[in-house]
Design a protein around this ligand. Sequence first.
Ligand code: G6P
Length: 367
Amino acid sequence: AIVEKGNYRHFMAKEIHEQPEVISHTLASLVDMTSETVRLPSLPFDWKNLSRLTISACGTASFAGQVAKYWFERYARLPVEVDIASEFRYREAPLEKGGLSLFVSQSGETADTMAALRYCQENGQHTLAVVNVPTSTMSREADAMVRTLAGPEIGVASTKAFTCQLAVLACLAIGAGKARGTLTPEAEKELVRALIEAPRLMAEALRLDHEIEACARDLSKAKDVLYLGRGTSFPLALEGALKLKEISYIHAEGYAAGELKHGPIALIDESMPVVVIAPFDAIFEKTVSNMQEVAARGGRIILITDEEGAKAAALPGAKTIVMPAMPSVVSPLVYSVPIQLLAYHTAVLIGADVDQPRNLAKSVTVE
Ligand code: G6P
């Protein structure tokens, strides 16, 4: 089928705006809306018997894997190792027989991720792939597959495939927690109820487009941008920086907020915008104190938070994007929206080719 841009200027804009819909579809395939429980397809292994989960992926998909680490460890008490596939495949990592390896990929064709999968199969692992293209090599070769229902993604910079990966991984982590007895039925319900709010919350976030575009004006003049976050907002900071680099060619780095003082703080001055991703959650205060360190050195802050967070942060100089309040399990999905829009508008302002950035390919099938 031919995919059209419709009324959008770029595929990327269309794909960003499609997210409430495709997240709905993806969640509907994995949760039972009436009983508010997850309903995973039958999988050829038992979550109860696992002592470790190994996740491998490349690029944006690897950041989805990094978010999932927090979820699997929190909800299923399952230790997780996340690795970039190009590193994992050559490291000859020792793997316990009967362990579970999970692969995340939009295309299902990425050469390094495929090699990691084959390595795991040769080493007695169960393999599970989270893939968007159901006819791909990875879907065929993995023992089991769970689909992201993002539909075809044309923009080279991944957007809706990423948030659909997050939706699937959240469901897997909840399902694992349920199977391992680390989540009570009430806790499961609460998480599922939160997840099914994601499409509505994402639609609300999309309405902040104009405010985000105003912040992008600031970014479009910068040479370097720093993204900070803690907890699941840390991989999101990495993803935000990657998106900006990919499509606007502005140098950006994502950092764990707590690591700021161990290096990047030396870079802070008036010329470097710092994007802080900080929903008002259990670790909010910690991120705010890192933000104050930035402010004290004249750094220009763009804070993405909610109303409570904006009040508590009370930073006069900061530009604030005020998101709706939400349970923390959905924040990585919903906060992806402003992160993507920031990169998108910055690239458009610069006049870059948003859908086909130089030197990049949609799917990297050679090493
Ligand atoms: C390429 C794309 C990225 C993508 C990465 C992994 O570099 O430009 O957007 O995140 O490959 O691709 P996959 O299809 O495995 O998710």
